[in-house]
Design a protein around this ligand. Structure first.
Ligand code: NDP
Ligand code: OXD
Length: 325
């Protein structure tokens, strides 16, 4: 999606443009329409429309094609309709020095909260074992214990991780989180950096990954990592598939060390039909739907970011290129 300034009728100067680059046409059209209503001073155009490149001031994108940004020399900022920005940061034509703003959206946060609560509760209450018993018509009462006895660990205590952690804590779970920099968060035990990782894993029975994909988190969840979780731990990955080494997870589950996994994201999406995850009895698959940006609130976030950038204010969700998120 590209935003371009359009010309006022009585002026010869054309309006600046916002260009929208979203591969799915229906979704792109909906975003264009919402943004156009919020940005009357701009022309909002699709990246498939011929648009003078030097009028394009902002690009609103989701998984843009490689090299996309190279076509727009006057770009002031890139606005992502997703929270993860690894595709933008890895583009070889990414201009230096311009702002990148990621999505922060209440609906996205609430959606992820629901996903995290649903799947943590499912493992806490040992629902997969009950479902397996039902398949065999086996009456198998299970005492799952209380939330106060269950230790949940959230990797990534940012907008989404922190929200999930707080809600799990309010249900009574023993919640810890792992992040890059130390911090104090009420009701959450915080572990930081590589030096805090082993202790965090050793105490975690249900692990939730909500890390961004960066050089430091790529393939972080490998065989060695999984061994550091206690036997019988479960893994939920709703961040990026590349944070996890898929074969290592399969081996850890098949050895009995990891009891089960719920995966929303994969190194290759859509997950190929012959992938072993599809049919594994201890793996639950969802098709990258843990949470979705809502059009209304998401477009408001983007319009507010543009207003902030035009006024030289720091927009909410400004990405640190150095940190990679
Ligand atoms: P934030 O940027 O708000 O939070 C990122 C968190 O990860 C921070 O707490 C940060 O630590 C921590 N972190 C980053 N790198 C490291 C590291 N090397 N070691 C330890 N901790 C690290 O991101 P969001 O919460 O908004 O989103 C997280 C991710 O969720 C997105 O990047 C995206 O990939 C994924 N996502 C998936 C969706 C889905 O539907 N599956 C939907 C939306 C997002 P610190 O606080 O110290 O900086
Ligand atoms: C995101 C996502 O990053 O939906 O927002 O994966």
């Amino acid at each position: 999606l590209t935003i371009v300034e359009s010309a006022a009728p009585e002026q010869s100067t054309p309006k600046r443009a916002v260009i929208v680059a979203i591969a799915e046409p229906a979704r792109a059209a909906a975003w264009r329409e919402r943004l156009a209503a919020l940005l009357p001073d701009y022309t909002v155009v699709d990246d498939t429309e011929p648009t003078p490149a030097d009028r394009v001031r902002y690009a609103m994108v989701w998984k843009p094609r490689r090299g996309f940004f190279g076509a727009y020399p006057q770009l002031r900022a890139i606005l992502s309709i997703g929270a993860g920005v690894e595709d933008i940061l890895s583009d070889p034509m990414l201009p230096q020095g311009i702002a990148i703003v990621r999505m922060i959206d209440d609906a996205l946060t609430v959606g992820m909260r629901e996903y995290v609560l649903l799947h943590v509760l499912r493992y806490h209450r040992r629902q997969p074992e009950l479902e397996a018993a039902q398949q065999e018509r086996r009456w198998q009462p299970i005492d799952a214990g209380t939330a106060a006895e269950r230790r949940v660990g959230i990797m990534g205590l940012g907008v989404l991780g922190c929200d999930g952690a707080r809600h799990l804590s309010s249900l009574g779970f023993k919640v810890a989180g792992w992040k890059r920099k130390p911090a104090a968060i009420d009701g959450i035990e915080v572990f930081a950096g590589r030096e805090g990782l082993d202790a965090f894993l050793a105490r975690t029975q249900i692990l939730v990954c909500l890390l961004p994909l960066t050089a430091a988190t790529r393939e972080l969840i490998d065989a060695e990592f999984l061994k550091k979780l206690p036997r019988g731990a479960c893994v939920i990955n709703a961040s990026r598939g590349e944070c996890l080494v898929e074969n290592a997870l399969l081996a850890a589950i098949d050895s009995g060390h990891i009891a089960g996994a719920t995966l929303d994201v994969f190194a290759r999406e859509p997950l190929p039909p012959d992938h072993p995850f599809w049919t594994h009895p201890k793996i639950t698959i969802t098709p990258h739907i843990a949470s979705l940006t809502a059009l209304e609130s998401g477009a408001r976030h983007i319009a507010a970011a543009i207003a902030d950038l035009e006024a030289d204010r720091v927009p909410l969700g400004l990405v640190s290129r150095g940190n990679g998120y």
